[in-house]
Ligand binder design. Structure first.
Ligand SMILES: Cc1cc2nc3c(=O)[nH]c(=O)nc-3n(C[C@H](O)[C@H](O)[C@H](O)COP(=O)(O)O)c2cc1C
Length: 345
């Protein structure tokens, strides 16, 4: 068992990464149902929360069936972060996570997210301010360092543990790397193996198959792994990894029926949570992933991304289920998108 303060997680837990514009309640629902052990919200601007911006406030929506769930905030100012932590407290998640990893200019360039990696004293002060303002366990998600010449994650881990964080998730890239190159887990392993470190250390970056998850578990010894891009349109990654770690056997790929059902569930929750117009619009980016690998699916997909009402969209999904009923899905390699060029942030 892995414990984050009083939160009990199974051995080698699988975490759903916080992802702006992705990790919303509809997406989290399908990940939870397919085995995510701990999930995070999209990141929330501390300034936005304080201003009571609608977008920030919406991101505080969490549901009991999602527990344990963490709300992630970001910011570069002690007072704002502390106040945001108090606002988060009221919504009663299981934990509060601070983002010190976001690399995009709009965030890191303003001294928040990964920008804080350049000033460790500030990072410690910000974290301390949050820890002191909330009764929730505080966790942090960050990167290896700002750039190749300043990979300070080992010091970051010790100092943040000293001010009271209860777990640390590390994306094995620097800020300068954005999403380029391969995630380097050797430094994550060093943090994990530091005898001074007693909080759980979660590895993150490029996990896209059960085999890789198990091999990284064995090689790097982390307490659990956090999965981001691989879960987009493929929430089955969680149950596949779980099964493989427990039995050494690969699960069969999800059937067409399962894909359509999960897609439908995602759509319904989107509409329920976002309303019919936004719910249907924002669902459009997911069809390609859910239906990937089906020959001749393009025409269905084109209809799915233009239709405007739920009955029609569900009608197309019904057609897919019927017309591909006997198609045997092969397990396909998951493609990890490089968000460097087209990051939605
Ligand atoms: C679309 C997108 C949005 C992201 N938004 C956030 C975010 O809000 N907070 C955060 O800490 N990381 C964010 N990340 C980074 C992921 O949590 C994760 O660290 C990164 O994608 C590497 O993991 P992966 O290789 O499993 O995708 C985002 C990543 C993507 C692809």
């Amino acid at each position: 068992m892995v414990k984050i303060d009083k939160i009990e997680l199974p051995d080698f837990p699988l975490l759903l990464a916080p992802m702006e514009d992705v990790s919303d309640p509809p997406f989290r629902m399908v990940c939870k149902e397919n085995g995510a052990d701990l999930m995070y919200t999209e990141f929330i601007s501390s300034e936005g929360l304080i201003r009571d911006a609608i977008k920030s406030r919406r991101k505080l929506d969490i549901f009991d069936y999602e527990r344990p769930i963490g709300i992630q905030i970001f910011g570069g100012d002690e007072e704002s972060l502390a106040l945001a932590a108090k606002i988060v407290d009221v919504t009663n998640p299981d934990l509060l996570d601070i983002n010190f990893g976001c690399p995009v200019k709009k965030v890191a360039g303003k001294g928040a997210g990964a920008g804080v990696l350049k000033d460790l004293d500030l990072m410690v002060r910000l974290t301390d301010a949050v820890v002191k303002s909330t009764r929730l366990p505080v966790t942090v998600k960050t990167r290896l360092g700002w750039d190749d010449n300043s990979k300070n994650i080992e010091e970051v881990a010790e100092r943040l543990q000293d001010v009271g964080i209860k777990a640390l998730s590390i994306h094995g890239r620097t800020r300068a790397q954005m999403y380029k190159g391969e995630a380097d887990w050797t430094l994550i392993a060093k943090v994990k193996n530091n005898p001074r470190i007693h909080i759980p250390i979660f590895g993150n970056g490029d996990i896209d198959s059960p085999q890789k998850a198990l091999s990284y578990k064995n090689k790097y010894g982390v307490d659990g792994i956090m999965i981001g891009r691989a879960a987009i349109g493929y929430p089955w990654i969680f149950r596949e990894i779980k099964h493989y770690v427990q039995t050494g056997e690969l699960l069969a790929a999800p059937t067409v029926e399962e894909r359509v059902n999960v897609c439908r569930q995602h759509l319904r929750k989107s509409i329920e949570w976002k309303g019919p117009i936004v719910g249907i619009n924002e669902m459009r980016r997911h069809y390609a992933n859910y239906l990937k690998g089906l020959p001749g699916i393009k025409d269905y997909r084109n209809r799915l991304v233009t239709l405007k009402n739920m009955e029609e969209v569900e009608g197309v999904l019904d057609e897919v289920a019927v017309n591909y009923k006997d198609f045997v899905m092969e397990r396909q390699a998951i493609e990890l998108v490089n968000y460097h060029e087209n990051c939605p942030l």
